[in-house]
Design a protein. Structure first.
Length: 259
């Protein structure tokens, strides 16, 4: 299927690795021009180099997105590179383990800020350009927003807010034809996930126990499976889909995990 993304400029925060890298790669292979917004120069430039070696297009904007000014600069840099924005993928974030008991109000506030503020700020600064293209936004949320996990209050709060903003923005941006949707991963094997697994006394045993709880195939979701759904939502092929939460998780959030 032609997703009609040829020459579309797509901003992807946290685009250098994991789910973000898969989204960037899928977008480039559909003929789009993904712009990686990431703080990791080595990883971001390596990804861009590999894609260009395939004859594909990709750009890099190196910023950490700690402040609203960082987000403004990221959008301005993207517009200097290609003069338009067709889509935004809010993806950057980390499950940082700031819990209710093992945390404090200051760390909670910092966690919410680092996992949520740039979602709003990037969308805010990209909005004038998105209006011109009747663009699309996809927010990467998490099953944690709906299922809970324990010991990650900040991350859960931020991802819950990302879902609320998805519906809020879908309503606010209706007059401009801008669609806004969210994708909720559950157990996805990324470098950050692999690092988390490695903190357990028996990492492989822990991984197998998680895989057994995923109904479809008893396996982890791949970053590429998340990316495929994101790219479809960004494309004109999903032209009447907005305000939706899509779970790409092998049934983890909604099916009986004892299956």
């Amino acid at each position: 299927m032609n997703l009609e993304l040829q020459d579309k400029v797509i901003l992807v925060s946290g685009g250098a690795a994991g789910i973000g890298s898969a989204i960037v790669t899928a977008a480039a292979r559909e003929g789009a021009i993904p712009i990686i917004i990431d703080r990791n120069e080595e990883t971001a430039r390596a990804l861009a180099k590999n894609l260009r070696a395939e004859g594909l297009r990709c750009e890099v904007v190196l910023l950490e997105l700690k402040t609203a000014d960082d987000c403004r600069l990221a959008v301005e840099d993207a517009l200097r590179l290609h003069a338009k924005i067709d889509a935004l993928v809010n993806n950057a974030g980390v499950n940082d383990g700031v819990g209710l008991e093992h945390g404090n109000p200051e760390r909670f506030q910092q966690s919410v800020h680092s996992n949520l503020m740039h979602y709003y700020a990037l969308a805010h600064y990209a909005l004038p350009a998105l209006k011109l293209t009747s663009g699309s936004i996809v927010n990467i949320a998490s099953k944690v927003a709906l299922t809970g996990q324990g010991n990650t209050s900040g991350y859960a709060a931020a991802k819950g807010a990302a879902l609320a903003l998805t519906r809020e923005w879908a309503v606010e941006l209706l007059p401009f034809g801008i669609r806004v949707n969210a994708v909720l991963p559950a157990e996805v094997m990324t470098p950050l996930y692999r690092h988390w697994i490695s903190t357990f006394p028996e990492p492989e045993a822990k991984l197998k126990s998680i895989e057994r709880s995923i109904p479809l195939g008893h396996r982890m979701t791949t970053p590429e499976e998340i990316a495929s759904t994101v790219i479809f939502l960004l494309s004109p092929r999903s032209s009447h889909t907005t305000g939706q939460f899509l779970h790409v998780d092998g049934g983890y959030a909604h099916l009986d995990r004892a299956l």
